[in-house]
Design a protein around this ligand. Structure first.
Ligand code: SF4
Length: 361
């Protein structure tokens, strides 16, 4: 008698995604593959650094932070200025200040151990819903809805969601959560699944040219079937960014040292070193105003050209005025020898401004 061959459908989506991850997931410095959960300190550090920042940019900073501060207690005990200096160049500096405060709260209120559930994680400085979910899933194996931009793209295409972001965010989150298997708490690899979905978006379901031929979800993908995958997710028209303008002062002392100062602790680039600057505003500056705001009296000369930088909410055009006041003794800040400026931890906009000035004075 000939045995019946049963027709089998494809494995459930979550199994296919995990099997793909086991073979093709990225090896990243903060990841543990095929073993116990990674150290929550490492997961937290990497997730804060990865907010609005690429994996390639984060990797060297992650290694530096671990070398300088191998655990949360060491980070909590460090002066915040040192943490900001180590963060210089990574951008979104409020993250570094919040990270330092968070380390202190974890040590003071949780005995140096990160809480293992989303609700308490959300109560910590700098940890929003996404980061709390990512830490809960990856570091503690909790069932959590971990939806970053990569996951939104995969889910929007998988279900051919044409409603634009950001309005569609909640619906995409629901669809992402529906990919998790029901009723398997404690057994399912929630952390690996979260990272698998992120990797799928980052390496296969690419924004412009998805590599559907190697995608574990290709046989279910409604966006691909409809021929609209590349156009998803849709986005509502962005409000154009305004342009703000400022003047930075290149102040040389008699010995050639340059005056730098630390920005106020709160606000944009809070606590970072900078060339002294005016406010940054949309209205152009007139010379009389600039003279009045200069940290010292001298014959200022505007250097040719502008330094341009784009922040999340505005473009900045920075003009640089140079001068060598005979008496700048009262100006607040630190005098840095010009040859040491390149090694100074500076935010990117100030690194550009220093390079611009050095090439022109
Ligand atoms: Fe993205 Fe293509 Fe996979 Fe659909 S089949 S999820 S479009 S990579």
């Amino acid at each position: 008698m000939v045995g019946k061959i049963e027709a089998r459908g494809p494995a459930p989506r979550h199994e296919r995604v995990l099997a793909w991850y086991d073979r093709h997931g990225r090896d990243l410095p903060w990841r543990v593959r095929g073993g116990p959960h990674p150290d929550p300190y490492h997961v937290w550090l990497s997730e804060i650094m990865l907010q609005q920042t690429t994996v390639a940019a984060v990797a060297p900073y992650f290694r530096t932070f671990l070398r300088l501060w191998p655990n949360v207690a060491a980070l909590a005990a460090a002066p915040v200025e040192e943490v900001l200096d180590a963060w210089a160049g990574l951008g979104y500096y409020a993250r570094a200040r919040n990270m330092h405060r968070c380390a202190q709260v974890v040590c003071a209120d949780f005995d140096g151990a990160f809480p293992d559930d989303e609700m308490r994680l959300r109560g910590l400085p700098g940890i929003g819903p996404y980061t709390a979910a990512a830490i809960a899933a990856i570091a503690f194996g909790r069932r959590a809805r971990v939806v970053d931009g990569n996951v939104e793209r995969v889910v929007a295409r998988l279900h051919a969601v044409e409603a634009p972001l950001p309005g569609a965010k909640a619906a995409l989150g629901d669809l992402a959560a529906a990919l998790l298997p029901a009723g398997s708490a404690g057994k399912f690899r929630y952390g690996d699944f979260a990272q698998a979905m992120m990797d799928l978006g980052a390496t296969v379901c690419l924004p412009r040219a998805p590599r559907c031929g190697v995608c574990p979800l290709v046989c279910d993908c409604a966006g691909r079937a409809a021929g609209i995958a590349e156009t998803l997710p849709r986005r509502a028209d962005k409000v154009p960014r305004p342009t703000r303008r400022g003047i930075a002062f290149w102040i040389e002392g008699p010995d050639g040292a340059v005056l730098m100062r630390r920005r106020p602790k709160s606000g944009l680039l809070g606590g970072m070193m900078e060339l002294p600057t005016t406010d940054w505003r949309e209205a152009p500056w007139i010379p009389e105003e600039v003279q009045a705001m200069a940290p010292a009296g001298t014959a200022w000369r505007p250097l040719p050209g502008l330094v341009r930088h784009t922040f999340t909410h505005f473009h900045l055009e920075l003009a640089i005025w140079a001068g060598s006041p005979t008496d700048a003794g009262d100006a607040a800040g630190d005098w840095i020898p010009a040859q040491d400026l390149a090694a100074l931890p500076l935010p990117t906009v100030m690194r550009k401004a220093v390079a611009h000035a050095l090439a022109r004075v």
